[in-house]
Write a protein that binds this ligand. Structure first.
Ligand SMILES: NC(=O)c1ccc[n+]([C@@H]2O[C@H](COP(=O)([O-])OP(=O)(O)OC[C@H]3O[C@@H](n4cnc5c(N)ncnc54)[C@H](O)[C@@H]3O)[C@@H](O)[C@H]2O)c1
Ligand SMILES: [Zn+2]
Length: 424
């Protein structure tokens, strides 16, 4: 695997050249959200310009998240963890707090701290949290504040998240609330966090009653994706992140879906150029959606394809039992099944989705613990529900099209649950 990763080369920027011209169409197709032509071009050219002009293609590429004065770059490449200039550029104060967990600390903490300390002008503090989704809660969050206060970090400090989505979400929420907001940098180390959670500013922790129920929108100053860190990522975690990659293709980017179908073996082999392309395309898709709808008033909700079913599974079986992407994978297949039963998509889209998810070694069956009633109860408290009425992202029309709606035949939801739930 490491050989595949170290063979990273630069044709990735070329890979992006042709998709540049196709960026606009999938945005519109996503769920009947209307976007003016000029806005489409602006988004596309932002991505393109950053990739070709700002980033030397031989070292890394950049996807810009376009949010006015809160815009920020996502750097993607190999060896970036040791690129002290890159990270220091985004750490303005005299102190930084690196937040990581006990699994990642022995692997990447020393290099991260060394890169931050290289100028000699920064005092770097560290807090190491326990590992796991079950620790993504208020009690563990307090340890970040305890450390920050004990080290007397002021409002100019920067919180650096080194880890997967759990560390990113918690550190981001801590950065949003510590002294009413301090600087924040993300160094994602899982596929899930590289393609999704570190981009877009959703931060938070879980509550026993529901996932991510307590949180804030808070954007980082930059995201640094070093694909070399994926060398140590366990297979199950690797697959989990791919559920979100498949999601982007389904909701808005048919070309990307087809590219995944054609390249899934290379992706699973962690071939470096394939990985970089998948991460870049995912970040471009997410950056476009976030730029259009930062606070999830409309199109951003489509990023939650499969998540209403998925969150119910994660909560239902207990945090940490099923990985987020595994639950989302089952959620995606349930949403595709329901869409097909509603007559909104052709059966071939359902079949292709199932095949791709299976090739990513992701589950497509509901865990036996889940009952229909448990699903119903947990789905009703989903953040996308409207007065307790479940709203879902469902596929509609050609590949790459979806809708976010509460207007569907409820019997089809029942039928979907009956089809997938195996226990009483
Ligand atoms: N904020 C968002 O928009 C958003 C989007 C998607 C998911 N999420 C959240 O992200 C979380 C899931 O993220 P995740 O899948 O990254 O899980 P995670 O953060 O739990 O990381 C997965 C596991 O891999 C380990 N790990 C991380 N990087 C590693 C590496 N390079 N080598 C070896 N081990 C490594 C971690 O310690 C952990 O055990 C969920 O809490 C989910 O709600 C948030
Ligand atoms: Zn997700």
């Amino acid at each position: 695997m490491s050989r595949a990763l170290s063979s990273s080369s630069s044709p990735r920027c070329l890979d992006l050249r042709s998709p540049k011209y196709s960026l606009a169409a999938p945005i519109c197709r996503a769920s009947r959200f209307r976007i003016s032509a000029s806005r489409k071009i602006q988004v596309a050219s932002t991505v393109d310009r950053r990739c070709f002009a700002s980033a030397p293609p031989e070292s890394f590429s950049v996807v810009n998240v376009d949010l006015g004065d809160r815009s920020y770059p996502i750097y993607i490449g190999s060896g970036l963890l040791d690129n002290s200039d890159l990270i220091r550029k985004h750490v303005p104060g005299r102190t930084a707090l690196v937040v990581t967990n006990e699994t990642i600390a022995p692997l990447y903490l020393e290099r991260t701290v060394a890169a931050l300390e290289s100028s000699g002008e920064l005092r770097v503090e560290v807090v190491i949290l326990p590992d796991g989704e079950q620790h993504k809660n208020i009690d563990v969050l307090m340890r970040i504040f305890d450390k920050a206060l004990e080290a007397q970090l002021d409002r100019q400090t920067t919180f650096v998240a080194l880890g997967g989505g759990v560390i990113g979400d918690m550190t981001g929420f801590a950065a949003a609330s510590y002294q009413r907001g301090v600087h924040f940098v993300q160094i994602p180390t899982t596929v899930m966090s590289m393609v999704d959670s570190s981009v877009g500013g959703k931060t938070g922790v879980n509550h026993p009653a529901g996932k991510n129920m307590i949180g804030a929108f808070y954007q980082p100053r930059c995201v640094l994706v070093d694909i070399d860190t994926l060398e140590t990522l366990p297979d199950r975690e690797f697959s989990s992140g791919l559920a979100e990659v498949v999601k982007y293709g389904l909701i808005r980017d048919d070309e990307f879906f087809e590219w995944q179908e054609a390249n899934v073996e290379k992706l699973m082999a962690r071939e470096a150029a394939t990985l970089i392309h998948a991460i870049e395309k995912s970040c471009i898709n997410k950056a476009e959606v976030v730029a259009l709808d930062e606070r999830e008033g409309g199109v951003r909700a489509t990023l939650n394809l499969g998540h209403t079913f998925g969150h119910a599974i994660e909560t239902g079986v207990g945090y940490g039992e099923w990985l987020h992407g595994e639950a989302v994978s089952v959620g995606i297949i349930m949403a595709a099944f329901m869409s097909e039963r509603l007559g909104w998509i052709d059966q071939s889209i359902f079949n292709r989705t199932k095949t791709l998810l299976e090739k990513c070694r992701l589950p497509v069956q509901v865990p036996s613990l889940m009952t229909k009633q448990l699903f119903m109860n947990l789905m009703a408290i989903d953040k996308k529900s409207d007065n307790g009425q479940v709203r879902l992202i469902l596929l509609r029309g050609e590949l790459g099209g979806c809708v976010f709606t509460g207007e569907f035949d409820r019997l089809k939801l029942e039928e979907t649950l009956d089809n997938y739930v195996t226990s009483g």
